[in-house]
Design a protein. Structure first.
Length: 308
């Protein structure tokens, strides 16, 4: 049996086109999350939906690990790390986001949820300081926050209602994603597939009892579209996406890995228009451009702009 631990290249090492190809693959996996969720939530309640996609993803990854002959860690330390990471990277934020998506279009959700790099930068530069901050990245964070304010702020002018509250909730979930990215560095000694499988299994099992009690899944009547969306999201967005996330985190570091949010915006908005027929309102388009410009600026290596 192969060990569950697999050293990853240092995040500070030389990067090549393969690393950025992985980043693009991660963006493609995660950009489909919100359009697919919107399709599934029509007939599947949020708790049951998240539990189902987590357990489907975990089963998929455990099957691959079994075929690879990879041993799953059984010590309490590893599973404590998996559990903590899952709570702040998936269970808590996705419960909030899936609730919010009942009121917010998928395209808006894509843009708001893609502000993770901005919050990761702020937490890194002001609190953890585990990666260097630069003036260029600071400018990118300001642009990104301005874009977020445009998306949420212009809606707020129409009156405070369920939509603005839901959009603010998505931003809170995004802060949780940023914290999870930083915490995830502690898991770099484990095989990314092991981390993804363990985390998803924990998340699915935690939500299974509430799903059975509150939603009573046997009484639901999900449409074929909702079932297909849940399965695809479990395998592509959750299983493959989470595995790629830990690979990129080990290779590229926190800030650059989070910058895949920049790539997710056009892909995710495009999928929302294609799959859901959503339009792109003017304030969303302006906010999208500002957020993309901000996150793009945060990915440029400029050591000479390092803050002292």
């Amino acid at each position: 049996m192969a060990p569950a631990s697999m050293p990853l290249p240092a995040a500070t090492g030389a990067r090549n086109w393969r690393d950025y190809a992985l980043l693009l693959a991660l963006a493609c996996c995660w950009s489909s999350t919100y359009p697919l969720a919107k399709l599934a939530l029509d007939t599947i309640p949020p708790i049951t939906f998240i539990a189902a996609r987590s357990l489907i993803a975990a089963a998929f990854l455990f099957a691959i690990l079994w075929m690879r002959g990879v041993r799953i860690p059984t010590d309490a330390k590893a599973w404590k790390l998996f559990a903590t990471q899952q709570l702040i990277n998936s269970t808590f934020p996705f419960l909030i986001i899936t609730w919010s998506q009942q009121y917010v279009p998928a395209s808006n959700t894509v843009v708001l949820a893609s502000t993770t790099p901005i919050f990761a930068f702020l937490i890194t530069s002001l609190i953890t300081r585990h990666e260097p901050a630069t003036l260029l990245k600071l400018a990118g964070a300001i642009l990104g926050l301005a874009g977020t304010a445009v998306i949420v702020g212009l809606d707020a002018l129409g009156g405070l209602g369920s939509e603005i509250i839901a959009e603010i909730a998505i931003l809170l979930a995004t802060i949780s994603f940023a914290c999870a990215t930083i915490f995830g560095l502690r898991l770099s000694d484990y095989d990314p597939m092991v981390v993804a499988a363990g985390s998803l299994l924990f998340g699915g099992l935690v939500l299974l009892p509430p799903s059975l009690i509150i939603d009573q899944p046997w009484s639901l009547h999900p449409t074929p579209t909702a079932i297909i969306a849940t399965v695809v999201m479990g395998i592509v967005s959750s299983a493959l996406g989470l595995m790629l996330f830990y690979v990129c985190l080990g290779r590229l570091g926190t800030l650059t890995t989070n910058a895949q949010g920049y790539l997710r915006i056009p892909i995710g908005v495009g999928l929302s228009v294609l799959l859901l027929g959503e339009s792109v309102p003017s304030n969303l388009a302006l906010g999208l451009l500002l957020v993309m410009a901000g996150v793009a600026a945060m990915t440029v290596p400029a050591e000479k702009f390092k803050l002292r």
